[in-house]
Design a protein around this ligand. Structure first.
Ligand SMILES: Nc1ncnc2c1ncn2[C@@H]1O[C@H](COP(=O)(O)OP(=O)(O)O)[C@@H](O)[C@H]1O
Ligand SMILES: [Mg+2]
Length: 225
């Protein structure tokens, strides 16, 4: 069986794509899965993070795919792995479409505001068009918004669910919250795994992975999330 490809994409920078991608890959690898991280961002943030992690890096490959041509080979490159996480590039609609076509799960990280969801309108409509196109075929694709960097007391109100509904992309139940310790990880070349199992950020990344697999395995109750 070939890898599941789970991509984190948003045309906007600073929404947490790289943070979620690196941490998801690391936590998944720690559970024994054969993981690779694809850095599709020419700014190379995931690759730089790995360099800071020292000689052994994260312990799994970080593969830079910087051009549209390289990204067309995503599926082929993914074959030897169980799970490939793609860290997306901002402002690269053609790359987004190519990665979307090859992804099993397409996650759009957004900060918890209806405006931020609505700002993804172009990307969301590309996703919805793709879903309509493959409906009734063997091609599988699931797409979700992933709320990132929520505040401690953030309540996800009706505005957010209305925005998601309007855009036609459901919201994952799992989300990330803002932690100072998480912000400091990059500079140390560390990940949430280094924060330990008791840290809530480690737990929420593990929760995202579990929910991702539940969605990929077609557990229907997740669909209304
Ligand atoms: N859960 C979090 N808690 C605190 N800071 C975070 C969290 N997630 C991301 N950040 C910070 O937000 C900024 C943008 O995140 P990043 O993952 O680089 O976004 P993107 O890849 O979408 O540009 C970075 O400074 C990062 O450290
Ligand atoms: Mg990034």
């Amino acid at each position: 069986m070939s890898a599941y490809i789970a991509s984190l994409w948003n045309d906007k920078g600073g929404v947490g794509k790289t943070t979620v991608a690196v941490n998801m890959a690391t936590v998944a690898a720690a559970t024994g899965l054969k993981v690779a991280l694809v850095d599709a961002d020419p700014q190379r943030s995931a690759r730089d993070w790995q360099t800071l992690a020292g000689e052994e890096g994260f312990g799994f490959p970080v593969i830079g795919l910087d051009t549209l041509q390289q990204l067309k080979g995503l599926k082929e490159i993914s074959q030897p792995y169980d799970l490939v996480i793609v860290d997306g590039a901002p402002r690269a609609p053609e790359c987004a479409a190519t990665v979307l076509k090859q992804s099993d799960l397409f996650l759009i990280p957004v900060q918890p505001s209806a405006l931020d969801l609505l700002a993804t309108q172009h990307l969301a409509s590309t996703v919805v068009e793709r879903l309509e196109l493959i409906e009734g075929t063997d091609t599988k694709l699931e797409a979700r918004f992933l709320i990132t960097m929520a505040g401690k007391n953030t309540v996800l109100g009706r505005e957010i669910s209305n925005a998601a509904q309007e855009l036609g992309v459901p919201v994952m139940k799992s989300r990330t919250h803002r932690y100072e310790e998480v912000k400091k990880l990059v500079g140390r070349g560390e990940t949430v795994v280094d924060l330990g199992d008791d840290h809530p950020s480690k737990q929420e990344i593990a929760g995202i992975i579990n929910e991702a697999f539940a969605i990929l395995n077609g557990e229907k109750e997740q669909k209304s999330a």
